[in-house]
Write a protein that binds this ligand. Structure first.
Ligand SMILES: *Cc1c(COP(=O)(O)O)cnc(C)c1O
Length: 374
């Protein structure tokens, strides 16, 4: 077993983001979805990996259409992709009309009020401003319901002024292929899309792409799969890992059997142990739910490829791991928190959550390294 050492400078851990893997994942999804166009969802700072580097890389690879959640994110994407089509999923924030119009960002209009407001903005400027229409097919969140969509389809003047270039909906259960809601949503989506002939249609998120051609329509909107996340509930991800998180050991201490580790004395050591301390905690997004306590193991990490358990509760800025069985581990030895031996999905499972929440919860204190930045 070769143990590597790691120097993270002023930070407690290093987050390495593999942009070549991001691009490979996009190309993989684009090939699965062809002839549909493959866009990229880069909301929430590109699921935590950094919206600037992610958009730049995907745009260079040929991605022409991006989706963000907030106008602010749209502005950040716009600075690195001046000619890309950028849709704002959460729609038209009342105070954001001018900013969207000026930056050429397209709101995904999700209610009759938003359609009216965007059409009015276009009229006021003397030219229609492009948008997308969101139709709700079963999520019951944002989007026009079918009645509202029908009413809009009957108003040619309003429709022309709101200038939609895409009609879209969002699947609630795409990560469960057998779920009956998928088929119901597809049926309703087809009915909605038929109201707007000539508009490209979009239904599939990452998991939706894997439901097959019926769901891929004219454009697909993968998010989590680009970043290496799973596309099927409870199954390992078929994508390349994009993100690696490692921390150097800060100190090792010998602790006798019968002693406890960390807050609440939640875990009692059952053998004389070597305990390694890492400068990573829940303030870094390594959630407390992955703590260990007597009778309930917590998350795991890997050292030199060997997987070892977390000991006791995860603190705000520190955590302890068991290196009793890794004799060569010492101060400075690299510990993999997310990577090849402990995957994103393993970490999410230990935290009782999903890949999305681990990615978007990753803290801001890590040293960041982008691999293969062009
Ligand atoms: C977040 C989001 C996506 C991307 O979903 P993933 O499951 O991450 O692929 C697509 N469409 C909409 C409307 C979204 O909100």
């Amino acid at each position: 077993m070769t143990l590597e050492s790691l120097d993270t400078g002023l930070a407690g851990a290093r987050l390495t983001i593999d942009l070549a893997a991001l691009e490979a994942n996009w190309r993989d999804l684009a090939a699965r979805a062809a002839p549909a166009e493959c866009a990229a969802v880069v909301k929430a700072d590109a699921y935590g990996i950094g919206i600037g580097p992610a958009v730049r890389r995907l745009h260079d690879a040929g991605c022409l259409t991006f989706f963000v959640a907030h106008p602010e994110e749209g502005l950040r994407a716009r600075t690195v992709a001046p000619d890309a089509v950028i849709y704002v999923l959460n729609g038209l924030f009342p105070g954001a009309v001018d900013v969207l119009a000026d930056a050429g960002l397209r709101p995904v209009l999700g209610s009759p009020d938003e359609v009216e407001a965007w059409a009015a903005a276009g009229r006021a400027r003397g030219r229609p401003l492009p948008s997308a229409l969101h139709v709700d097919t079963g999520m019951n969140r944002l989007g026009l319901d079918l009645e509202e969509a029908r009413a809009l389809a009957g108003r040619a003047d309003l429709l022309a002024a709101a200038d939609p270039h895409l009609v879209m909906s969002h699947l609630a259960c795409a990560d469960e292929p057998e779920h009956p809601l998928n088929g119901r949503q597809l049926e309703r989506f087809r009915a909605a899309a038929a109201l707007f002939p000539g508009l490209p249609a979009s239904l599939a998120n990452s998991a939706g792409i894997f439901l097959g051609a019926d769901y891929q329509a004219g454009l697909v909107r993968p998010g989590v799969a680009l970043y290496g996340g799973a596309v099927r509930s409870g199954r390992p991800s078929p994508m390349m890992p994009v993100l690696h998180l490692s921390a150097p050991i800060l100190r090792i201490r010998r602790v006798a059997a019968g002693e406890t580790v960390g807050y609440g004395a939640a875990e009692t050591l059952r053998r004389d142990s070597r305990v390694a301390i890492l400068s990573v905690g829940y303030a870094d997004g390594y959630r407390r739910a992955a703590s260990a306590e007597d009778g309930r193991p917590g998350g795991r990490v890997a050292i030199g490829g060997r997987v070892v358990p977390i000991l006791g509760r995860i603190s705000m800025d520190l955590m302890a791991v068991d290196v009793t069985d890794v004799p060569g581990a010492c101060r400075g030895t690299a510990v993999e928190l997310i990577g090849d031996h402990v995957g994103l999905g393993d970490v999410a499972a230990a935290m009782g959550t999903i890949d999305y929440e681990v990615l978007t919860g990753l803290g801001l204190r890590f040293q960041r390294a982008y691999l293969d930045e062009t």
